[in-house]
Write a protein that binds this ligand. Structure first.
Ligand SMILES: *Cc1c(COP(=O)(O)O)cnc(C)c1O
Length: 356
C-alpha cells in the first residue's frame, strides 16, 4: 500500500458544464499523481498535488533518448453516479511489460491501480456524465537523470494526469477509412512494438500525415520485415469478420496487446464465434474483400472502443466494406462493451472496478 500524501489545490478550476464540448486530451483536472524513483531507494514520495508544470533539466534523458512509457485508460460515470474503471489491472501489467523492455523499474501492480484510483477519486467531480463521455487517464513514466550518456536513467517520475473527454463519435458510431501503409513501418519483432512508448508514436507520425493527406483517418501497419502481414492501426488493434469467423493478427511482439482487443475476443468466444489469432496477409484480405468473404472490419482501442472501418486503401486498390453501414457484430460488440463500461449492462466477467 502506498502512503499517498494529498495536497489539494487552493484555486480549483471551473469544471466543464454539462453540454460543453470536451474534445480529447486538452482539458486537465485540478490534480495529478506523482511518485519519484531513485536508484537504491526505489519508488518514493507518492503524492497527489495540484496539476501544473514540472521542472526538468534540459539534459533529462527522456528528452534525448525517449526512455519513457505510458498507459491509457478511462473512468466512466455510471447511471447511479458511481465512478468505475475498466480492467485497470491489465494496464498495470502492461505498464510493467513496457517498463521491462525500456529498462524502467517496475511499479508494483497494486500500487499502480491504487494511484489511479486515488487521483480519480480526488478529481471525481470531473468525470463527465453525458452519453459517451469519460475521464481519460494517462499514467506515464519519464527518465529524469541530467546526463547525455546513453544508459538507463537512475531516476524517474511516475505521473498520472486526467482529462475529461467527449464522446469519440459525436454523431454516433460511424465507419472510418483506413490507409494501408506500404512504405513506412512501425515496429519489428525484437523492437518495442509491444510496449506502449512514445518512440512508437514518433515513428508513426509520417504515415499518419500521409493517411490524412490522402483523406483517410488512420494508417494500418504491415509487418516491418516483409511488409505483407497486417499488424494494427495507429492507436487501435484491428479485427476482421471473414466468412463468419473473427480473425485478428496474433500478438507477435511487434503489435500492442490491447485490452479492448482482449475483451472483444473474449466476448466473441462467449458468443460462439470461431476466433482466429493468426498471421493474415494483406493479399488474403484483399482477396477476401473481392470475393465477398470479408464481412466486417473494425478497430479496437480504449479511445473509440470499437471503430467500424468502411473503407481500406492499399496501393491502387480501394475496398468498400459494408456499403457505408456498421456491421452487425461491430455494433453488438460496441453496445456490449460500452454497456459494461458505463454500468448499463451486467458485468459477468468482473471487468468493472469501482472507484467511488
Ligand atoms: C494503446 C494502443 C492500442 C489499444 O490498446 P487498448 O488497451 O485497447 O486501449 C493499440 N495499439 C497501439 C499502438 C496502442 O498504443
Amino acid at each position: 500500500m502506498l502512503d499517498i500524501k494529498i495536497q489539494k489545490t487552493a484555486s480549483p478550476k471551473k469544471i466543464p458544464a454539462k453540454g460543453e464540448k470536451l474534445g480529447f486530451g486538452h482539458i486537465f483536472t485540478d490534480h495529478m499523481f506523482i511518485m519519484n524513483y531513485t536508484e537504491g531507494k526505489g519508488w518514493h514520495d507518492p503524492r497527489i498535488v495540484p496539476f501544473g508544470d514540472i521542472t526538468l533539466s534540459p539534459a533529462a534523458m527522456v528528452l534525448h533518448y525517449g526512455q519513457e512509457m505510458f498507459e491509457g485508460l478511462k473512468a466512466y460515470r455510471g447511471e447511479n453516479g458511481e465512478v468505475y474503471l475498466f480492467r485497470p489491472d491489465m494496464n498495470a501489467k502492461r505498464a510493467n511489460n513496457s517498463n521491462d523492455r525500456l529498462c524502467i523499474p517496475r511499479i508494483p501492480e497494486e500500487d499502480f491501480v491504487q494511484a489511479v484510483k486515488a487521483v480519480v477519486a480526488v478529481d471525481s467531480d470531473w468525470v463527465p456524465s453525458e452519453e459517451g463521455t469519460s475521464l481519460y487517464i494517462r499514467p506515464f513514466v519519464i527518465s529524469t537523470d541530467a546526463h547525455l550518456g546513453v544508459a538507463p536513467s537512475k531516476t524517474y517520475m511516475f505521473i498520472i494526469i486526467l482529462s475529461p473527454s467527449g464522446a469519440y463519435y459525436e454523431s454516433g458510431l460511424a465507419p472510418v477509412g483506413i490507409w494501408i501503409e506500404d512504405e513506412y513501418v512501425r515496429a519489428v519483432r525484437g523492437g518495442m512494438g509491444f510496449a506502449k512508448t512514445g518512440g512508437n508514436y514518433a515513428a508513426s507520425l509520417a504515415a499518419q500525415v500521409k493517411a490524412h493527406d490522402g483523406g483517410y483517418s488512420q494508417a494500418l501497419w504491415l509487418d516491418g520485415v516483409e511488409r505483407k502481414y497486417i499488424e494494427e492501426v495507429g492507436s487501435m488493434n484491428i479485427a476482421f469478420k471473414i466468412s463468419g469467423k473473427v480473425v485478428t493478427p496474433m500478438l507477435n511482439g511487434s503489435i500492442l496487446p490491447g485490452i479492448t482487443r482482449d475483451s472483444i475476443l473474449h466476448l466473441c468466444r462467449e458468443w460462439g464465434y470461431e476466433v482466429e489469432e493468426r498471421r493474415i496477409s494483406v493479399d488474403e484480405l484483399i482477396a477476401a474483400a473481392h470475393s465477398g468473404a470479408l464481412e466486417e472490419v473494425f478497430g479496437t482501442g480504449t479511445a473509440a472502443v470499437v471503430s467500424p472501418v468502411g473503407k481500406l486503401r492499399y496501393k491502387d486498390d480501394v475496398i468498400e466494406i459494408g456499403g457505408g453501414k456498421i456491421g452487425e457484430l461491430t455494433q453488438k460488440l460496441y453496445d456490449e462493451l460500452t454497456g459494461i463500461q458505463w454500468g448499463k449492462r451486467p458485468d459477468p466477467y468482473g471487468w468493472r472496478v469501482k472507484v467511488c
